[in-house]
Design a binder for this molecule. Structure first.
Ligand SMILES: C[S@@+](CC[C@H](N)C(=O)[O-])C[C@H]1O[C@@H](n2cnc3c(N)ncnc32)[C@H](O)[C@@H]1O
Length: 206
């Protein structure tokens, strides 16, 4: 738990630098994320907790879309040896992802793409497509619906989207529950603080 003097928190074996950390402050002078990638969002903890409980095949190939500072992907690389690519529309999030990868001693690739730009070809050789807090505008529902469908056609085995349960996320869930028997497990964690939400979990039909 952070107090007002802490500049970082440690949770799930990871270091997470807070906005008042001197390195984060330095990066914020030159990089101004424009699509809400200005901090790490709490739904990342939902994905992290999911993998901590359920595990993951060592060396899984993961694409984290709308990665922002990329904490969920960094956890998967650090604790499960995953090979992770962070994808985001906004190149200004990359320095923050790079800094967190460095302090956690992992390597994460970065690709600047929006949801529509992730073609089937780019999605091949990916086992898990995941994202935290990426379905917050109505216009994102259709883009994510199409992205998830492309991902399964390209051979992705599992899609996980964590959210604090905003209405666009619920719309996305309704679609995949009806069309692909998706599950929507609740998540709730106590540390680093009490937060909760849901994960849209869709497994490959093949
Ligand atoms: C609310 S933040 C969540 C960031 C990160 N997943 C987390 O949990 O801390 C949303 C992220 O999605 C990115 N984003 C927004 N629209 C996008 C799009 N169309 N394609 C790809 N990334 C997008 C933003 O740049 C931002 O980094």
């Amino acid at each position: 738990m952070a107090n007002k003097y802490n500049t970082e928190i440690r949770a799930y074996g990871m270091r997470v630098l807070l906005s008042r950390h001197p390195e984060v402050r330095r990066l914020k002078r030159d990089n101004i994320p424009s699509s809400h990638g200005n901090k790490f969002w709490t739904s990342s903890w939902g994905l992290i907790d999911y993998f901590k409980r359920r595990g993951m095949k060592q060396g899984s190939r993961i694409m984290e879309v709308g990665c922002g500072w990329g904490l969920a992907g960094i956890y998967c690389a650090k604790k499960h040896g995953a090979v992770v690519t962070g994808v985001d529309i906004d190149p200004d999030v990359f320095p923050f992802l790079k800094l967190h990868a460095e302090v956690n001693k992992v390597e994460i690739a970065f690709m600047r793409k929006d949801f529509n730009g992730l073609t089937g070809r780019l999605l091949t050789n990916t086992d898990i497509l995941m994202g935290a807090d990426i379905c917050f505008w109505d216009g994102m529902v259709d883009q994510l619906r199409l992205l998830i469908r492309r991902a399964f056609r390209a051979g992705v085995k599992l899609v996980l989207i964590a959210d604090p349960v905003r209405s666009p996320f619920e719309e996305l869930c309704d679609y995949f529950v009806e069309k692909m028997d998706a599950e929507i497990p609740d998540w709730s964690i106590k540390r680093p603080r009490h937060i909760q939400g849901q994960i849209l979990k869709i497994t490959s039909p093949t």
